[in-house]
Structure formats: C-alpha cells, structure tokens
Design a protein around this ligand. Sequence first.
Ligand SMILES: Nc1ncnc2c1ncn2[C@@H]1O[C@H](COP(=O)(O)OP(=O)(O)OP(=O)(O)O)[C@@H](O)[C@H]1O
Length: 332
Amino acid sequence: MIATESLSKRFPRVTALDRLSVDVGPGVTGLVGANGAGKSTLIKILLGLSPATEGRAEVLGFDVADPSSGGAIRERVGYMPEHDCLPPDVSATEFVVHMARMSGLPPTAARERTADTLRHVGLYEERYRPIGGYSTGMKQRVKLAQALVHDPQMVFLDEPTNGLDPVGRDEMLGLIRRIHTDFGISVLVTSHLLGELERTCDHVVVIDGGKLLRSSSTKDFTQITTTLAIEVTDTDEHPDGTRVMREALHARGVETHEGAGLPGAGHILLLTAQGEETYDLVRDVVADLGLGLVRMEQRRHHISEVFKDGDERADVPADATDVRKEAVGHGG
Ligand SMILES: Nc1ncnc2c1ncn2[C@@H]1O[C@H](COP(=O)(O)OP(=O)(O)OP(=O)(O)O)[C@@H](O)[C@H]1O
C-alpha cells in the first residue's frame, strides 16, 4: 500500500526523516515513535502536502512526487489530522457532507454516506449539534468520519487517541480495528503509545529521529515465550498461598522468580516451562496444597520489551525517552 525508499526531509535546523525505507501492506499498521520522531512529516509527504528533500515514496502505486498523483491519492486515501481543525459553528453533518463534496461525491451520495459514516463512528444522535459543543472524544470521531466518508482504500490517522481518557481510547481503538474488519479499509495509525498499537495493529513500524528502528508483524513482536506465569489463591490453611506454592515447587526442583513489574506482582510466580510435564506438575502441586489456581499462562513478549532490547542495539537519540518511559510503563 505504501513504499518509501531512502526518504528524507530536512528542515533548516532538523532532519525530520532520515533515509527512511519502509513497506506497508494491507491491514492495520501502527507507526510508532516519540514526539518529534517524524510521524506527521511522513504522513504529510505521503499525502503530497509537503515535498521530500530526497528519496521516493509511493502510495497505492502512485508516486507522491508526481504532480498528477495528488488527486488520485486524495481520492483513495482518507486523512485524520492530529490537531483540532474543526469549525465550531457547524454541525457534524454539515461538516462531513462538505468534506464528502470536496472529495467529489455528488450531493445525494454525500448526504447518505455522511449519515452512514456518522452512525458508524457513534455520532448519529448528536449529528445536528454544532461541533463547538462537542467533547474531545466526539471531535475525534468527527475527524475520523470525514476521513472515511468518501469510502477510501486507506486512511492515515495521526494520533487519533490524543486527549482521550482510557475509555475513550479503547472505544477509538475498537473503531479503528473495525475500519479494517468491517469495511476492508487499510489503516496507517500513528501513536507514541506502544501498548495501544500492540492491541490494535497487524503490523508495527517503529521510527526514531526520522530513522527506521524496526518494521515487523505484531505477532513477531509479541512471540510466545517459554515463561509460565502462575497465580494462586490464599486459603485458611495457607494464608500466603504464593509462598507455599513457591516452596512446594522449589522442593520439587522447579526454580521460580517473582513477577516484578507485572500487574498483581507479589502474587505471581514465573517459571520456565519444560513442556507438558511442567503444567502437570503445577496442577498437582496446587491440588495437593488445596489452593485455587487463578491463572497459569504462557507469557508473550510485549512490543515494549522488544523495543527496550532494541535500545541496546540501536543508536537511539535522547529524544526517544518518551517512548522508552511509556514502554517501561507497559513492561510485562
Ligand atoms: N515545518 C517545520 N519546520 C521546521 N521543523 C519542523 C517542521 N515540521 C516538523 N518539524 C520538525 O521535524 C521533526 C519531526 O516532526 P513531526 O511532527 O513529524 O514529528 P512527530 O513524530 O509527528 O511528533 P508529534 O507527535 O510531536 O507531532 C521535529 O523535530 C519537528 O520539530
């Protein structure tokens, strides 16, 4: 869907993109990087809004530097900008119909598509109220609706969860997922939050200081590990179930360590699974002690852990700290 080759963008004082070569296929792709990593700059070049200093970029097979591609790309691609850009005095319906008309839809089709799209993003009831009175979450939905209204093949969403509370974020991420599953529209979504991309995207591209750090499928980022996480209940007989469990496992030659940093740390034991026997052993020990087994699961890597590993290999500039801090916050 997107291919860039040694793409660079230099401003007088800063290199926003530095010889970036990356391919993006169909599906939901997350573009992650700290503030200033170059995410918005890349989107603007892909849309033909800003010329690259060097290199090439193609969107849906169209060369973005070719002046005749602009219209073709905008017809097939929707764009949700990062910052607030909505007129306060018009309703969501008026604004989205206007954007549909700008994309070339005839009046009746524009009105029908607007109604459908506003329903899809959950704004149907509110559609005739002026946008100025909307909450941040509602404004984000209007921005999303105008990106989708002309039924594009692909949408670029720049930080769509910005300013949203945790519930609003989850709803927006659900909507983004459904753009692809329900309508077959591919998505390029930017974020500086690694954790949310892990749940939403099929593929993740990490950039830093305008350079590519990593591009791979979310599955590869989050491979299953051989580490088993166990949590048991306390009982009247064993008021500290975790401790007796640990001692009983040690007595049978199984080393455990604490799940420090995990939610519920202190109650979670981690051990290395040696195959089916380890599961059977844990089950037998739990039964012998009369404890309840709250969970026994194979852990997955989180993107954030992979990113932390990557830090050691890659020469990451100091301005990547936001992502690193956030990555630590999601560790485990
Ligand atoms: N028009 C411009 N003139 C000068 N410098 C710019 C311009 N646009 C962006 N930059 C700089 O280029 C770098 C990349 O900016 P960009 O907006 O692409 O980052 P980003 O990853 O989208 O971050 P954010 O989420 O904060 O927008 C930054 O250092 C920014 O200050």
